[in-house]
Design a protein around this ligand. Structure first.
Ligand SMILES: [Zn+2]
Length: 462
């Protein structure tokens, strides 16, 4: 057989155009793209009426294994990713125990991941107080980027992740600039958000709206501006995670236009759930930065439509139900993190492409091409000959209502349960292997592969 797989008749989404063409796959790679491919293949699949796109690369996923596997594990988390049309993800350095902040903890993470991933994966390393001397070894181990928190995070547990102080942030940036690595930042002013939260609680204000009010827009913008200033001083490449406000996007865009190497991501929940809806949905929609009001959300949509949002990520940050549904009715006390990675592609395709006429090529750049470029995944991110055959089918003519029972997460809660979505991911292929089919569910064994990047090695090659 000349090919392992031929996909026929789909609307294939390239970086700059959509064409009805056939795609042939051999040994996990895209080996031919042509108007018609009639050569022999082990398997021929008809994609008529459906979009064929590169799978999503979700660069913001918290798999909590090892240490907190009861929150979310590699098997359950990556089944959800596959079912949602994600073919590769980058795992965050926090929420598992130990946090991934040096060679030893990274190796513990890698061992835990082995043989359990249904999609391909890469790892983040953390920047935390006290690990400046460990950043280089993380690069040697192949992390694709580094992550730090300016907002308060973590727990009292000794191996848990900690947010940076200014010294660590600045010196970390200096070190990472030398390594040529990207630093991703959760940008919120820790002192302001902590103290405003405490003040709210003192006054007995513990509703969803009060929580949002304790983390106002300026607390994000302030942290973004400070990080940008530090980056200007140090020359560090930056990436801002889960940006929730148009004002922060503007600050980042301004610096990029002046030549700074900086990118940003935002998440489906900021585009699809408002503060008022958070109040109705309850704790499962709690995250930080928080969901914004309708006017702020409309402004963020404008930024997406203008092409200012480089990439979309889930910030899948799961937890057991008891951490979301306490008896106290105090929103400040429940876990801040949204379980959502199964509904990135369909939800945002519906909201952006179908409802707001965002070009599907722009959509594909946000979910696949831009993250592949920024996070050093050169075999991924677009449909082109010799790239990995990481492909998904999206049917724009099928709508469905998100049901609890269809979620693959370890714990089936999500703010999207009950929501109608006007398209459907019907197939997901990773390196040419079908891993999800709408009718069969998850197919086969976990064959996801680790992808590494060595920033320093690349710096040394002329
Ligand atoms: Zn996160």
């Amino acid at each position: 057989m000349k090919y392992d797989l031929v996909i026929k008749g789909g609307k294939v989404v390239f970086r700059d155009e959509v064409k009805s063409v056939d795609i042939a796959v051999k040994d996990g790679k895209i080996s031919a793209i042509a108007e018609t491919i009639d050569d022999e293949a082990l398997r021929i699949i008809d994609a008529k009426g459906q979009y064929v796109m590169p799978g999503m690369i979700d660069t913001h996923v918290h798999i909590c294994e090892p240490g907190r596997t009861e929150w979310e594990g590699f098997v359950t988390g990556t089944k959800a990713l596959a079912a949602g049309g994600t073919t590769c993800y980058v795992d965050m350095p926090l929420n598992a125990l130990p946090a991934t902040v040096d060679r030893k903890s990274l190796q513990i993470k890698l061992n835990a991941a082995k043989g359990k991933n249904y999609v391909d994966y890469a790892l983040y390393g953390g920047l935390v107080p006290g690990n400046l001397e460990k950043l280089e070894e993380l690069s040697e181990e192949g992390v694709v980027a580094y992550k730090c928190f300016m907002a308060t995070c973590g727990s009292e547990l000794p191996d848990d992740f900690k947010n940076v102080d200014d010294y660590t942030l600045f010196m970390g940036m200096k070190k990472l600039a030398e390594l040529g690595a990207v630093l991703s930042i959760h940008a919120e002013n820790a002192e302001m958000t902590d103290r405003m939260g405490q003040e709210m609680m003192k006054q007995g204000k513990t509703s969803a709206t009060d929580y949002v009010a304790s983390r106002p827009v300026f607390t994000e913008v302030d942290a973004v501006k400070r990080a940008l200033f530090f980056a200007k001083e140090t020359g560090c490449k930056l990436h801002f995670v889960h940006v929730s406000t148009a004002e922060a996007v503007e600050e980042i865009t301004k610096e990029r236009n002046k030549g700074m190497d900086v990118t940003l991501e935002s998440c489906p929940h900021y585009f699809t759930i408002t503060t008022a809806q958070f109040e109705e949905i309850g704790p499962v929609a709690k995250c930080s930065p928080p969901l914004r009001d309708e006017a702020a959300q409309a402004k963020l949509w404008e930024k997406l439509i203008e092409g200012k949002i480089d990439m979309l990520t889930s910030d899948h940050s799961p937890c057991p139900p008891e951490m979301k549904f306490s008896d106290s009715n105090n929103i400040f006390e429940v876990w801040g993190g949204i379980t959502g990675c199964q509904n990135n592609v369909d939800l945002m395709f519906d909201e952006a492409v179908l409802k707001r006429n965002v070009p599907v090529t722009d959509f594909v750049r946000m979910i696949a091409y831009n993250p592949a470029v920024r996070f050093h995944l050169p075999t991924k991110g677009e449909i082109a000959v010799s790239k990995d055959a990481d492909l998904i089918f999206v049917d724009p003519n099928q709508s469905y209502i998100v049901q609890k029972e269809e979620l693959y997460y370890r714990h089936q809660h999500s703010p999207y349960i009950g929501r109608k979505i006007n398209c459907r991911v019907t197939k997901t292929f990773v390196r040419g292997n079908l891993v999800f089919d709408l009718h069969e569910g998850i197919v086969g064994d976990p064959k996801g592969q680790l992808i590494t990047y060595h920033s320093k090695a690349e710096l040394l090659t002329p």
